[in-house]
Design a protein around this ligand. Structure first.
Ligand code: CDP
Ligand code: CDP
Length: 227
Protein backbone atom coordinates (compact mmCIF):
# COMPACT_ATOMS: atom_id res chain seq x y z
CA UNK A 1 0.00 0.00 0.00
CA UNK A 2 0.94 3.65 -0.28
CA UNK A 3 2.89 5.55 2.33
CA UNK A 4 0.93 6.86 5.31
CA UNK A 5 1.02 10.64 5.75
CA UNK A 6 0.43 13.32 8.35
CA UNK A 7 -2.54 15.59 7.70
CA UNK A 8 -2.78 18.93 9.51
CA UNK A 9 -6.16 20.68 9.61
CA UNK A 10 -6.28 24.21 11.03
CA UNK A 11 -8.84 26.97 11.02
CA UNK A 12 -11.17 29.12 13.12
CA UNK A 13 -13.88 27.90 15.50
CA UNK A 14 -16.69 25.78 14.04
CA UNK A 15 -15.32 25.71 10.50
CA UNK A 16 -15.97 21.96 10.47
CA UNK A 17 -12.46 20.76 11.32
CA UNK A 18 -13.24 17.99 13.79
CA UNK A 19 -16.27 16.58 11.97
CA UNK A 20 -14.33 16.42 8.70
CA UNK A 21 -11.04 15.28 10.29
CA UNK A 22 -12.79 12.35 11.99
CA UNK A 23 -14.37 11.16 8.74
CA UNK A 24 -11.18 11.62 6.74
CA UNK A 25 -9.29 9.59 9.36
CA UNK A 26 -11.94 6.88 9.25
CA UNK A 27 -11.86 6.63 5.44
CA UNK A 28 -8.07 6.40 5.37
CA UNK A 29 -7.77 4.21 8.50
CA UNK A 30 -5.68 6.96 10.08
CA UNK A 31 -5.72 8.05 13.73
CA UNK A 32 -7.59 11.27 14.57
CA UNK A 33 -6.13 13.62 17.19
CA UNK A 34 -8.22 16.54 18.52
CA UNK A 35 -5.74 19.04 20.00
CA UNK A 36 -8.53 21.44 21.01
CA UNK A 37 -9.72 18.77 23.46
CA UNK A 38 -6.36 19.01 25.23
CA UNK A 39 -6.63 22.79 25.73
CA UNK A 40 -10.25 22.33 26.77
CA UNK A 41 -9.27 19.69 29.36
CA UNK A 42 -6.67 21.94 30.96
CA UNK A 43 -9.22 24.77 30.99
CA UNK A 44 -11.79 22.57 32.73
CA UNK A 45 -9.27 21.65 35.41
CA UNK A 46 -8.13 25.26 35.85
CA UNK A 47 -11.75 26.40 36.28
CA UNK A 48 -12.45 23.61 38.78
CA UNK A 49 -9.35 24.40 40.81
CA UNK A 50 -9.96 28.14 40.46
CA UNK A 51 -6.53 28.76 38.96
CA UNK A 52 -5.94 32.36 37.83
CA UNK A 53 -6.20 32.12 34.03
CA UNK A 54 -3.92 35.15 33.61
CA UNK A 55 -1.14 33.45 35.57
CA UNK A 56 1.06 31.70 33.00
CA UNK A 57 3.34 30.00 35.56
CA UNK A 58 0.44 28.63 37.59
CA UNK A 59 -1.21 27.22 34.48
CA UNK A 60 2.05 25.69 33.23
CA UNK A 61 2.54 24.15 36.66
CA UNK A 62 -1.02 22.82 36.66
CA UNK A 63 -0.44 21.23 33.24
CA UNK A 64 2.67 19.48 34.57
CA UNK A 65 0.42 17.78 37.13
CA UNK A 66 -2.25 16.89 34.58
CA UNK A 67 -2.71 13.73 32.52
CA UNK A 68 -4.73 14.11 29.33
CA UNK A 69 -5.47 11.00 27.30
CA UNK A 70 -7.33 10.88 23.99
CA UNK A 71 -8.74 7.50 23.15
CA UNK A 72 -10.76 6.22 20.22
CA UNK A 73 -13.50 3.70 20.74
CA UNK A 74 -16.43 2.35 18.73
CA UNK A 75 -18.68 5.21 19.82
CA UNK A 76 -16.14 7.93 18.98
CA UNK A 77 -13.37 9.79 20.69
CA UNK A 78 -13.15 9.94 24.48
CA UNK A 79 -11.11 12.40 26.49
CA UNK A 80 -9.72 11.44 29.90
CA UNK A 81 -8.56 14.08 32.36
CA UNK A 82 -6.56 12.50 35.19
CA UNK A 83 -8.33 9.23 34.46
CA UNK A 84 -11.85 10.64 34.37
CA UNK A 85 -13.96 10.73 31.19
CA UNK A 86 -14.59 14.45 30.53
CA UNK A 87 -15.68 14.13 26.89
CA UNK A 88 -18.91 16.05 27.53
CA UNK A 89 -17.70 18.35 30.34
CA UNK A 90 -15.10 20.01 28.07
CA UNK A 91 -17.81 21.18 25.60
CA UNK A 92 -19.78 23.42 27.98
CA UNK A 93 -20.16 27.16 27.30
CA UNK A 94 -18.16 27.80 30.46
CA UNK A 95 -15.12 25.96 29.08
CA UNK A 96 -15.61 27.30 25.54
CA UNK A 97 -15.66 30.91 26.71
CA UNK A 98 -12.44 30.53 28.74
CA UNK A 99 -10.28 28.19 26.66
CA UNK A 100 -8.65 30.86 24.48
CA UNK A 101 -7.38 32.66 27.58
CA UNK A 102 -5.63 29.48 28.72
CA UNK A 103 -4.34 28.60 25.23
CA UNK A 104 -2.65 31.93 24.66
CA UNK A 105 0.14 31.38 27.21
CA UNK A 106 3.53 30.43 25.76
CA UNK A 107 4.49 27.97 28.50
CA UNK A 108 1.19 26.15 28.19
CA UNK A 109 1.56 25.90 24.42
CA UNK A 110 5.15 24.64 24.56
CA UNK A 111 4.14 21.71 26.76
CA UNK A 112 1.01 20.95 24.71
CA UNK A 113 2.99 20.98 21.45
CA UNK A 114 5.54 18.58 22.99
CA UNK A 115 2.78 16.17 24.02
CA UNK A 116 1.10 16.44 20.63
CA UNK A 117 4.35 15.77 18.78
CA UNK A 118 4.84 12.64 20.91
CA UNK A 119 1.52 11.40 19.53
CA UNK A 120 2.74 11.75 15.92
CA UNK A 121 5.82 9.56 16.17
CA UNK A 122 4.24 7.49 13.42
CA UNK A 123 2.45 8.83 10.37
CA UNK A 124 -1.10 7.91 9.41
CA UNK A 125 -2.57 10.71 11.47
CA UNK A 126 -5.10 13.50 11.03
CA UNK A 127 -4.63 16.25 13.61
CA UNK A 128 -6.80 19.34 13.93
CA UNK A 129 -6.32 22.61 15.81
CA UNK A 130 -4.95 26.09 15.24
CA UNK A 131 -1.16 25.67 14.93
CA UNK A 132 -0.79 22.13 13.59
CA UNK A 133 0.58 23.03 10.14
CA UNK A 134 2.66 25.91 11.49
CA UNK A 135 4.12 24.45 14.73
CA UNK A 136 3.06 20.95 15.73
CA UNK A 137 3.70 19.13 12.40
CA UNK A 138 5.44 21.74 10.23
CA UNK A 139 6.51 18.93 7.88
CA UNK A 140 3.00 17.49 7.42
CA UNK A 141 2.56 16.20 3.87
CA UNK A 142 -0.96 17.65 3.66
CA UNK A 143 -1.99 20.94 5.28
CA UNK A 144 -5.56 22.19 5.10
CA UNK A 145 -6.71 25.62 6.27
CA UNK A 146 -10.47 25.34 6.72
CA UNK A 147 -12.58 28.47 6.80
CA UNK A 148 -16.26 29.49 6.62
CA UNK A 149 -18.16 32.73 7.21
CA UNK A 150 -18.95 33.66 10.83
CA UNK A 151 -22.69 33.54 10.03
CA UNK A 152 -22.46 30.02 8.65
CA UNK A 153 -20.29 28.81 11.53
CA UNK A 154 -22.65 30.24 14.15
CA UNK A 155 -25.65 28.70 12.39
CA UNK A 156 -23.98 25.30 12.32
CA UNK A 157 -23.26 25.42 16.04
CA UNK A 158 -26.78 26.68 16.69
CA UNK A 159 -28.27 23.78 14.76
CA UNK A 160 -26.00 21.34 16.57
CA UNK A 161 -26.98 22.74 20.01
CA UNK A 162 -30.68 22.75 19.17
CA UNK A 163 -30.55 19.16 17.97
CA UNK A 164 -28.90 18.13 21.22
CA UNK A 165 -31.59 19.96 23.17
CA UNK A 166 -29.19 22.58 24.59
CA UNK A 167 -30.04 26.25 25.08
CA UNK A 168 -28.64 28.22 22.17
CA UNK A 169 -28.69 31.83 21.06
CA UNK A 170 -27.51 32.57 17.52
CA UNK A 171 -26.37 36.15 18.18
CA UNK A 172 -24.47 35.06 21.28
CA UNK A 173 -22.79 32.27 19.31
CA UNK A 174 -21.67 34.77 16.68
CA UNK A 175 -20.17 36.98 19.37
CA UNK A 176 -18.45 34.07 21.10
CA UNK A 177 -16.97 32.80 17.82
CA UNK A 178 -15.74 36.28 16.79
CA UNK A 179 -14.20 36.84 20.21
CA UNK A 180 -12.40 33.47 20.23
CA UNK A 181 -11.15 33.92 16.66
CA UNK A 182 -9.75 37.30 17.63
CA UNK A 183 -7.87 36.02 20.69
CA UNK A 184 -6.59 32.97 18.79
CA UNK A 185 -5.44 35.07 15.80
CA UNK A 186 -3.84 37.89 17.76
CA UNK A 187 -1.95 36.02 20.47
CA UNK A 188 1.84 36.27 20.45
CA UNK A 189 2.64 32.56 20.55
CA UNK A 190 1.64 30.43 17.58
CA UNK A 191 -1.42 32.43 16.52
CA UNK A 192 -4.02 31.03 14.15
CA UNK A 193 -2.60 31.68 10.67
CA UNK A 194 -2.62 29.80 7.41
CA UNK A 195 0.69 28.01 6.86
CA UNK A 196 2.44 29.10 3.66
CA UNK A 197 2.04 25.65 2.14
CA UNK A 198 -1.54 25.03 3.33
CA UNK A 199 -4.47 24.58 0.96
CA UNK A 200 -7.39 26.82 1.90
CA UNK A 201 -10.79 25.15 1.84
CA UNK A 202 -13.82 27.43 2.24
CA UNK A 203 -16.63 25.21 3.53
CA UNK A 204 -19.31 27.95 3.71
CA UNK A 205 -21.42 26.43 0.96
CA UNK A 206 -20.08 22.86 1.05
CA UNK A 207 -21.60 19.83 2.74
CA UNK A 208 -19.56 17.70 5.12
CA UNK A 209 -19.33 14.98 2.46
CA UNK A 210 -18.04 17.41 -0.15
CA UNK A 211 -15.30 18.67 2.17
CA UNK A 212 -14.31 15.11 3.13
CA UNK A 213 -14.09 14.07 -0.54
CA UNK A 214 -12.01 17.11 -1.39
CA UNK A 215 -9.47 16.33 1.33
CA UNK A 216 -9.36 12.58 0.68
CA UNK A 217 -8.66 13.32 -3.00
CA UNK A 218 -5.80 15.65 -2.04
CA UNK A 219 -4.39 12.96 0.27
CA UNK A 220 -4.62 10.21 -2.36
CA UNK A 221 -2.76 12.36 -4.88
CA UNK A 222 -0.09 13.08 -2.29
CA UNK A 223 0.17 9.40 -1.27
CA UNK A 224 0.80 8.41 -4.89
CA UNK A 225 3.54 10.96 -5.28
CA UNK A 226 5.20 10.11 -1.96
CA UNK A 227 4.84 6.46 -3.02
O1 CDP B 1 -14.10 23.01 18.12
P1 CDP B 1 -13.83 24.47 18.36
O2 CDP B 1 -13.43 25.17 17.12
O3 CDP B 1 -14.90 25.17 19.11
O4 CDP B 1 -12.58 24.59 19.31
P2 CDP B 1 -11.41 23.58 19.60
O5 CDP B 1 -10.77 23.12 18.35
O6 CDP B 1 -11.90 22.58 20.56
O7 CDP B 1 -10.37 24.55 20.32
C1 CDP B 1 -10.70 25.26 21.47
C2 CDP B 1 -9.68 26.35 21.69
O8 CDP B 1 -8.43 25.77 22.01
C3 CDP B 1 -9.41 27.28 20.52
O9 CDP B 1 -10.32 28.36 20.43
C4 CDP B 1 -7.99 27.76 20.82
O10 CDP B 1 -7.99 28.82 21.76
C5 CDP B 1 -7.37 26.55 21.50
N1 CDP B 1 -6.54 25.73 20.60
C6 CDP B 1 -5.28 26.18 20.29
O11 CDP B 1 -4.90 27.28 20.72
N2 CDP B 1 -4.43 25.43 19.54
C7 CDP B 1 -4.83 24.24 19.05
N3 CDP B 1 -3.97 23.51 18.34
C8 CDP B 1 -6.14 23.77 19.33
C9 CDP B 1 -6.98 24.55 20.10
O1 CDP C 1 -14.01 21.43 14.76
P1 CDP C 1 -14.66 22.72 14.37
O2 CDP C 1 -14.90 23.61 15.53
O3 CDP C 1 -13.93 23.43 13.28
O4 CDP C 1 -16.09 22.39 13.75
P2 CDP C 1 -17.05 21.13 13.94
O5 CDP C 1 -17.40 21.00 15.37
O6 CDP C 1 -16.49 19.96 13.24
O7 CDP C 1 -18.32 21.57 13.08
C1 CDP C 1 -19.30 22.47 13.56
C2 CDP C 1 -20.66 22.05 13.03
O8 CDP C 1 -20.75 22.31 11.63
C3 CDP C 1 -20.98 20.58 13.22
O9 CDP C 1 -22.31 20.48 13.71
C4 CDP C 1 -20.90 20.01 11.81
O10 CDP C 1 -21.78 18.94 11.62
C5 CDP C 1 -21.27 21.19 10.95
N1 CDP C 1 -20.70 21.19 9.59
C6 CDP C 1 -21.49 21.45 8.50
O11 CDP C 1 -22.69 21.63 8.67
N2 CDP C 1 -20.98 21.49 7.23
C7 CDP C 1 -19.68 21.31 7.00
N3 CDP C 1 -19.19 21.36 5.76
C8 CDP C 1 -18.84 21.06 8.12
C9 CDP C 1 -19.39 21.01 9.40
Amino acid sequence: RTKALAIAIDGPAAAGKSTVAKRVAHQLSYIYIDTGAMYRSLTLKALTEETDLDNEDQLADLLQRTAIVLSQSEDGQHVFLDGEDVSLDIRTNEVTSHVSFVAKHRKVREEMVKRQQDLVKERGVVMDGRDIGTHVIPDAEVKIFMIASVEERAERRHKENTEKGFDSDLEQLKMEIRKRDEIDSKRETAPLVKAKDAIEVDTTSLSIGEVVNKIVTIVHQKEMREG
